[in-house]
Design a protein. Structure first.
Length: 95
């Protein structure tokens, strides 16, 4: 029997792959955060997986993806799964 965390992780990975495929279909290259940081010349447009960021509380964090367009961060994606009672807005204030 799957534990709740395992199920959420499987569905989250599926959604992440779905988003990456949509991005690729539109011709946007994708790369990991580590690969992006190593580049000397940054691309004009790229989808970065698991990029790091500094939370509003000063903590280091990672989101699911970041779209860079015209060399400017345009969209940061963070997916959350809500399978239990509680307020989903409590999961997001750290971004």
């Amino acid at each position: 029997m799957d534990k709740q965390g395992q199920t959420a992780n499987k569905s989250g990975k599926g959604r992440e792959e779905y988003i990456r495929n949509l991005i690729r279909e539109r011709g946007v290259p994708t790369m990991t955060n580590a690969a992006y940081k190593k580049l000397k010349s940054k691309p004009e447009e790229v989808w970065i997986t698991n990029p790091d960021y500094k939370s509003i509380y000063g903590h280091n964090g990672r989101s699911d993806g970041l779209l860079i367009k015209d060399s400017v961060p345009r969209l940061r994606l963070e997916q959350k799964n809500q399978n239990v009672a509680g307020s989903v807005d409590e999961k997001m204030p750290y971004m």
